[in-house]
Design a protein around this ligand. Sequence first.
Ligand code: FE2
Ligand code: FE2
Length: 502
Amino acid sequence: MTKILPFITALAACTFLLSGCKDSNSSRSSSAASPEQNVPLCDGDAITPERLFLQQLGSDRVIIKWRGNRDDDTQEATSVCIGTNPNGLPATSETAAVVTETGHSEAVITGLVPDTTYYYSVGGTGVADPKHTFRTAPVKGALPADGNIRVWIVGDAGTASSPLLDRGDNAGGQAAVRDGYHTWIAANGGEPADLFLMLGDNAYLDGTDEQHQISVFDMYTDTLASVGLWPTIGNHEMGSFGLSQSPLVELYTPVTGVADLPPDSPVPYFNIHTLPTQGETGGVPSGTEQYYSFDYGNVHVISLDSQVSARSEANRTAMLEWVTADLQSSTADWTIVIFHHPPYTKGSHDSDVDAGGVDQPIFDMREQFNPVFEAHGVDLVYGGHSHSYERSYYLSGHTGLSDTFDPAIHTELNSAGDPASGQGAEAYTQITKSGADDKVVYTVAGSSGQATGMTDPAGHPAHFFSTGADLGSVVVDVDTTTLTARFINDKGEVLDHFIITR
Ligand SMILES: [Fe+2]
Ligand SMILES: [Fe+2]
């Protein structure tokens, strides 16, 4: 698939492996540079995959993963080319793909330079599609050249694949939230996200492969081609209309679709994603795709499995021991934890009610995991499951039902003795009045596809801000000293924010 031009000069050494090729312009936009003279370029046939996404995007590696061809359903791409010049992807960069579960192809690219913009071609041409570009993470502990790490978080987003949900007031809700996010980005400097986190219920109702196509790949096409995707598993990823209580992924039951078949996982979520099990992008190896962690500059992110692993005591204990070790080994400035079932909610689910066992993980995560988060410096916890946005005060020590919540005991207080808002003069500080990094902001961000009201209009007493009526998603920005989190609605308006300084 490559054509070797006759004159191989010293410029040929300027491959994607060498920092000397680094694009001095840190922007993602192409500088439209012309190809280096006499460097052999890739000369394959570019295709437009039906699905294209980036996994395990770290400081020195990425997995480019795809399936299908929108233009020709018989020709599949078998390789990618990559480089720092969009108009001159060198032949030396061509990387063959491996075909993985359910016909996905993935190319594992290593030896990349940190904090550097790359361009790639699926199918391996010498010129990259302008949308097929990403920036590697900065080295562990550092910030990127633009001084800011931006995280986009969507929860329970996958309504577009369900005619049942994508109707009435929520018609087009998922696309509207996506567009609201882009509206806010465009109006505020245009900085794209560095990380894209999905909080589960990513594809309703049963997380089938086809539903993922509609609610993930057709919905976030451009973001997925340029930003690393980091998901967690929700109840709907296990089929059964979201009612599965199975502790085993083998018992995935697709009520509205066809199970992915052995030897692949029966669960489409696991066939689609290639998640780190061996600490490939930092963190302590988890040994399972069901939960994992990674570093991105000075941010450490942990994705836990509250849907499957949490439902067996043995697996839950193993996950708890792993996350404790992972947190103990992390030196990141900021730590974000995601899992689907929120410890505190009065949205479409109620954290005081186990719903016949379906919502038992709410209790187990709150009682067993929250104390670990608070003891080991976690800053933010994000969940979904309730189709609402609910954001807590700066909390510690509350593992009981809502009627045992005492602001004077469980929240950071302002100078007037009331729970601090996290805004303005009441911004939180990572080292609290107790002298420890002992508090966490817990957020339910499950209204990225539908907003389905509150079980208690007053909200959970742990929360500063609650709405069951507003669609939206979350943007978190961090530098070395300041973290700002915003809830952005489907019109691009900020409805809530808070700040933590360190
Ligand atoms: Fe949901
Ligand atoms: Fe859910």
